[in-house]
Design a protein around this ligand. Structure first.
Ligand SMILES: [Zn+2]
Length: 244
C-alpha cells in the first residue's frame, strides 16, 4: 500500500514537472511571432532611413537644377543687355546697362558658389547612402540568420511539446482518479505548483521547516501529506534511487 501511494505521488510529481516544462516551452513558442516581427521591423527602420537619405539627395538635386536654370536666365539677360549696348544714345544709359550686366554677373557668381555647395552635399549624401546600403545588406543577412535560428529553435520546441503531451498522456493512464482529483484540487488552491519536494524536514516549495513527526509520516508513505505552511502535496526522493 505504502509503495503504491509512493508511486502515485511520484507520478504526480512527474506530472507537475511535465506541466511546468509545457508552460515554459509554450511561452517560448508564443514569443516567436513577436521576435520575428521585431527582426523584420529593424530592417524597416533601415529602409526608412535610406528613404530619408534619398529624399535629401533629391532635394539637393532639385536645388542644383533650379540654380542651373537661374544661371541660364541671368546669362540670357546679360546677353540681351550686351546687345542693347550698341543702341545706347547717351553715356548715362550706357553706364546703367553696364551696371545691369555687372549685377547679373555677380548674381551668377553667387549662384555658382551655391551650386558648388550642392555638389559637395550631394557627394556627402551619396557616401552616407553607400555606407547605409552596405550596413543594410549585412543587417539583412544577420536578420535572416537570426530568423532561421528562431524558427529552428521553435521547431525543436514544438517537437518537445508533442513529446511532452505523449508523456503526459501515458502518465495520466497510470494515475488513479482520486489522486488526480486531489492534485487538481490542491492546484486550484495553490496555483500552478501543487507538488513540493521535501528534504531533511524542509518543504522545498516554501522553504519552511516541517514538524519532525510529520516528516516521518511522509517518509512512511501511508497517506498524502500536505505541507502545513504552503499546503502543497509533499513528495520526497529516495536519494539512493535517483539524484535530482
Ligand atoms: Zn511548503
Amino acid at each position: 500500500m505504502a509503495n503504491i501511494l509512493k508511486q502515485q505521488i511520484d507520478k504526480l510529481a512527474n506530472l507537475q514537472k511535465i506541466e511546468m516544462e509545457c508552460i515554459k516551452i509554450g511561452k517560448l513558442v508564443k514569443d516567436v511571432p513577436e521576435k520575428v516581427a521585431e527582426l523584420e521591423n529593424s530592417l524597416k527602420i533601415f529602409e526608412q532611413e535610406m528613404d530619408n537619405i534619398q529624399k535629401q539627395a533629391d532635394e539637393i538635386k532639385k536645388e542644383y537644377r533650379k540654380n542651373e536654370l537661374d544661371v541660364k536666365e541671368n546669362l540670357e539677360k546679360v546677353k540681351k543687355s550686351k546687345g542693347r549696348l550698341g543702341e545706347v544714345k547717351n553715356n548715362k544709359e550706357y553706364q546703367s546697362i553696364l551696371k545691369e550686366i555687372d549685377e547679373f554677373t555677380k548674381k551668377n557668381e553667387a549662384i555658382e558658389e551655391k551650386m558648388l555647395g550642392c555638389l559637395e552635399s550631394a557627394d556627402q549624401t551619396e557616401a552616407i547612402m553607400k555606407a547605409k546600403k552596405i550596413e543594410f545588406e549585412s543587417a539583412k543577412v544577420q536578420v535572416e540568420m537570426d530568423k532561421k535560428e528562431i524558427l529552428a529553435d521553435n521547431a525543436i520546441s514544438l517537437k518537445r511539446l508533442e513529446e511532452l503531451e505523449e508523456e503526459k498522456a501515458d502518465l495520466l493512464k497510470g494515475i488513479q482518479a482520486d489522486m488526480m482529483d486531489r492534485y487538481e484540487r490542491v492546484k486550484n488552491v495553490v496555483g500552478k505548483l501543487p507538488m513540493a519536494r521535501a528534504k531533511n524536514s524542509i518543504c522545498l516549495g516554501c522553504n519552511m521547516n516541517m514538524p519532525p513527526q510529520r516528516y516521518n509520516e511522509l517518509l512512511k508513505c501511508e497517506e498524502i501529506i500536505l505541507c502545513p505552511h504552503c499546503h502543497r502535496i509533499l513528495h520526497w526522493v529516495n536519494e539512493n534511487e535517483r539524484s535530482e
